[in-house]
Ligand binder design. Sequence first.
Ligand SMILES: CC(C)=CCC/C(C)=C/CC/C(C)=C/COP(=O)(O)OP(=O)(O)O
Ligand SMILES: C=C(C)CCOP(=O)(O)OP(=O)(O)O
Ligand SMILES: [Mg+2]
Length: 248
Amino acid sequence: MTQGICLEKLPADLEQERLPRHVAVIMDGNGRWARDKGLPRIMGHRRGASVLKELLRCCKDWGIPALTVYAFSTENWGRPEGEVDFLMSLFEGKLREELREMVAEDVQIQFVGNLQALPKSLQAEIERSVSATQHNRGIRLTVATNYGGRQEIVQACRAIATQVQEGKLQPSEIDETLFKRYLYTADVCDPDLLIRTSGEMRLSNFLLWQMAYSEIYITETLWPDFDRSEFHRALSTYQKRSRRFGKV
Ligand SMILES: CC(C)=CCC/C(C)=C/CC/C(C)=C/COP(=O)(O)OP(=O)(O)O
Ligand SMILES: C=C(C)CCOP(=O)(O)OP(=O)(O)O
Ligand SMILES: [Mg+2]
């Protein structure tokens, strides 16, 4: 990974002990960024992939152990075919290109979503990168691809119902802890902070269960322009929040 938006050291005004353990990002605004420059939308996605690489480097350098990004929603299939095809080959190409560096940089990559519906060649690249980085512990990068929060909850319910039908589980045993184990994100803590770029004030079906108590930071900045100073601002705002979790 090249040095980009990030200085290696944590900025002095941020407290290491109060950093989020898990940051989730809705990387929105790629299309508008490209349109504003008179470019095709796909150029925004291409630039967006570079910004993700720099954010990952920043999280690793500053000691944030988990980053989850929304790369493709279950609703994004409704986009023009050319854009969908471009995104699928961008994901595949980037995985191939970055694998060696992810291994060297101690990045563990995982994917969440309905992966079986993705192109076979992308599925193969996903399997290769997940397997090659499975023992890495430097930072965990989760990429939500063909992901929908509602779809995730429905598939969890179906799996639980099957267990009940087969007599392996009692309905009385179903609680929040058990339910979490059936989600794609079973082994990662809930996001402390959600960042959404491009000013949209909605979740767009992202991590609906997991973000029950996440702090939300929305910036007007479009994803391809998101940089170190913007990330610094998001963390600084997060550290000033009072998280009460329903208590006083
Ligand atoms: C390897 C890897 C995981 C790369 C990530 C590439 C990347 C940034 C993908 C995000 C794609 C996407 C649908 C963004 C939303 O912007 P938009 O198209 O909705 O923009 P708009 O709201 O301005 O139209
Ligand atoms: C960032 C990703 C991958 C999905 C959310 O952005 P969208 O652009 O698809 O969301 P809406 O504005 O349509 O809600
Ligand atoms: Mg959008």
